[in-house]
Design a protein around this ligand. Sequence first.
Ligand code: ADP
Ligand code: MG
Length: 728
Amino acid sequence: MSAKNERFRARNLAVHRPERKVEFPKDTDGRHLRISEYYGKNIFDFRTAKEIPESVKKELISIANTNKPLTKEMADVVAKAALEWALSRGATHYCHWFQPLTGNTAEKHDSFLDIKNGEAIENLSASQLMQGEPDASSFPNGGSRSTFEARGYTSWDLTSPMFLVSGTNGKTLCIPTAFISYTGQALDIKTPLLRSEVALSNAACRFLKAIGQETTHVQSNCGSEQEYFLVDKAFFYARPDLVMTGRTLFGSLSAKNQQLDDHYFGDISERVMSFMQELDFELHKLGVPSKTRHNEVAPGQYEIAPIFDRTNVAADLNQILMSTLSRVAHKHEFEVLLHEKPFAGINGSGKHLNWSLSTVEGDNLLNPGEKPEENYRFLTVCSAVNEAVFRHGGMIRAAIASAGNDHRLGANEAPPSIISTYLGDTLEKIFSAIKEGKTFTSDDECTMDLMATQLANLSKDNTDRNRTSPFAFTGNKFELRACGSEMAIGLPLSILNGAVAEVLNETADKIEKLMSSGKSSEAAMKEVTKEWVTHSYDVIFNGDGYSDEWIVEAEKRGLPNLKTTADALPLFMDKKSTNFLFEQKIYTQDELETRFHVLVERYNVIREIEFRTLIEMVNQHVIPAVLHYKKELGSVIRMQKDLSIESSVEKSIYKKINYATETLFTRVENLNNSINELAEDDEKRSHTIAETLMPLSEEIAELCNEIEEMVPDQLWTLPKYYDMLFLR
Ligand code: ADP
Ligand code: MG
């Protein structure tokens, strides 16, 4: 029996890899530099740049916070300083870096070279900084009406720092930009996110002004916890499904793979540790404030979490984090799997989006304060967020819909596809008392004084928070846990911001009205809080989100349960569901339609690639392994016949594997035919895929697993789950 197949070569490579040694910077005395001494070394932020005069900084910060138009004079000062900074660090090129609707990032490079009076110089002009012109026709636009005008332009986002990316042979200055068509249509993820920040800030400022706490700007903040898997590069390239789709399309999970529980927070292996150390080093230089790293639940699964930042910056930093993860992994002969479900049967990966609201002074509106009057504000904002999720849970679900995330949501390991809120025991008690009209009366046990101490308990609630909830309050922030690990976070964040902005605007209206009729701000806040709590009480669910009872209960409460991407995406086309977004000028109808088309098409394309890859792997790996084994069995049976020995065991194995293979072959033919018969219309196509082809492909996967378990280990040519999850 030959053991010289690709799989065994990969195993041999994986177990013998040495750890990669990295030289960390030292000072002249040989002392290792502290993180703070190299943090942000590779970013250029006008706020901290020494080359930019204080007066210009002040003006730019006010432009960034208020969305005033940027003048060319201002941009020129920044362009000059950024150019000098980049040149002194050896950069030769710059690029406008943006997030098209593919969910990845895109960049178009130009060199700093310019020819002036026949002489070569380096230059970065104000307009080159402010605007670029990539060809929009090559990016997904969902067949939007403006395709006849395919040109688009990128526009500098001064709220997000520029950064320097080093390759083996040079450095490029990356300028974060928004990507817009000439008709002003947002072709990217960032533009609507920035608009949602404006809407949210305006609404929150109105609310704060109404209660006498005026401020100039309110921002949303996000800290995203990123989960990922690492597999050895040799295994990755020996599995066509990992290369083509980012996940294994089948693979048998043997008993030994399931001893998983000791992995969470467990010892980090030497090789993975040296990867994490270099990763943090690279991230810190890029101004990504990576803070926490640990093993996750599944073997081979890890998490990295940065310190939170303003949402728009956090969305950019998460993209930088994801690309740095794969870049550094390659140096360690690893491949990073960012897919939501790389391995069936063991935990998938998500991205928890920790989200809060704070004033420009840093005052967190979701922080329960020590003083009662702060608690009125806190409860009002919490109840407004609850109301927002109650109203727009469907859209939040639609914004995190993807082929990959369908494997997690509702699969008893991640939050269900029903969006509910979890408030923790204390806050739920308070909300329930408010709803019953008990809280705000002085003779009730739930008085405001008592509440101050109760609120102090909120942090304790944190320790046993409900992991099954898709949207949980965790002390001084909410946590959207249903986002997929591979997704750009800007889309769901723009929807969440928009939903909360709508309710905060109404909150401000109501409070203004109540106060103009003579009520105190406290009394007005109490009244509005009660209204929101009562109205949106049904979205609160503190129980087990994985249970079947919850699905029944949620339906009774009228909460949408959009099981698959095919079910969820049509909400983008539903005017009733999206009205709040275009009323607040976060998305136009056209832009929402565009997103629908792009996302449905993307879903279909991903699934079709998966199906075709699956068919190919069956034909090129599974069936050949079976034939090999059958040949060996056959020769044993024949030999025993010559010796007049019965071959009952061999024959029954032969029949069993033969039967499984025949069934497999029929299913594969079926799948093949069904793909060819798919409807032209994307939406119809997506439903057939989700409802018919996916279950069929899962049956095929199960048969492959059955066969994998029957075929001798030596004959199996694809890396097995055991190899990929345990050998490193
Ligand atoms: P967990 O216990 O949920 O795994 P982590 O420490 O891994 O917690 O991650 C928590 C994340 O929440 C971090 O990114 C952190 O910076 C972020 N975070 C903390 N406070 C806030 C806040 N007020 N607003 C937004 N994000 C926050
Ligand atoms: Mg964490």
